[in-house]
Write a protein that binds this ligand. Structure first.
Ligand SMILES: Cc1ncc(COP(=O)(O)O)c(C=O)c1O
Length: 252
């Protein structure tokens, strides 16, 4: 939704020529590039390629006004499969389509993929604390919360949640929630998940993008450790935070 008209980002393409004319008239500004980012988590490349086509028309329009664009930044946006039935676009195919469209032009092309590089490389591990039935619903309370993984609370993002050990006890229909004192503290709602019990470890999948970086200390919760798994080994790349970390820098 980054590129929707009603949102704060960018400037409408209809205003670009005037803005670049103004930039050209300024002594210390060289309007050398055009940059766009239409949105994130796109599972089809068609909108990205449509945007590129529009940018190329714009580059030609600017060129006819004596503004030579030398850099074209087409932004990020390639999606990843958060759900088992989703299929993500192939970066190589996308690059091929971009290449085809810009062939023969004297343009440096930049791409800014974020999520598609790292999302699938990360999982958030969490331990089941309790099970609770209330209001006719089943809740699985885990030790990770909205402060560790904000995406579900922020925009109802879907992350698959799977047990580390499949014990074959069937499935349950439940909300998976954290221990933070907010109704919005959930990792999954109304989800069919494995029948897990206190002590079990679960993986909150596809957590490598916009995951840890959005973690906070809300509710005085130290952030978890980050661990890099490489071949058969692993190492801690960020220490688990402690209570001392929470109060460091504070004084009365
Ligand atoms: C300007 C810009 N470029 C690139 C990205 C990365 O997007 P994505 O992770 O969807 O590839 C973002 C994300 O919001 C962005 O705002």
């Amino acid at each position: 939704s980054t590129g929707l008209r009603e949102h704060k980002f960018g400037i409408p393409i209809s205003q670009v020529e005037d803005v670049y004319e103004r930039a050209k008239s300024l002594r210390n500004i060289d309007p050398a590039g055009v940059s766009c980012h239409i949105g994130s988590q796109l599972l089809e490349t068609a909108p990205l390629l449509e945007a590129l086509d529009a940018l190329l028309v714009l580059v030609d329009q600017l060129s006819s006004r004596g503004i030579a664009v030398r850099h074209l930044d087409v932004g990020g946006g390639l999606g990843v499969p958060y759900k088992a039935d989703q299929k993500s676009p192939c970066p190589t195919e996308y690059a091929g389509c971009v290449r085809e469209r810009v062939a023969g032009r004297d343009l440096e092309i930049m791409l800014e993929p974020g999520r598609s590089i790292v999302a699938e490389a990360g999982v958030l591990l969490s331990r089941v604390l309790y099970r609770k039935q209330t209001g006719g619903k089943e809740f699985v309370i885990v030790d990770a919360a909205m402060n560790d993984m904000l995406r579900p609370a922020l925009y109802s993002a879907h992350h698959e949640i799977i047990p580390l050990r499949q014990k074959g006890f069937g499935t349950i229909h439940a909300d998976v929630v954290g221990p933070v004192c907010e109704t919005g503290d959930f990792l999954a709602r109304e989800r069919e998940i494995a029948n897990v019990f206190p002590g079990d470890l679960v993986a909150i999948c596809t957590a490598g993008a916009y995951g840890f970086v959005s973690a906070s200390n809300y509710n005085a919760r130290p952030r978890p450790a980050e661990v890099l798994v490489e071949n058969d080994g692993w190492r801690v790349t960020r220490e688990r935070e402690t209570y001392e970390d929470l109060i460091r820098g504070e004084s009365l």
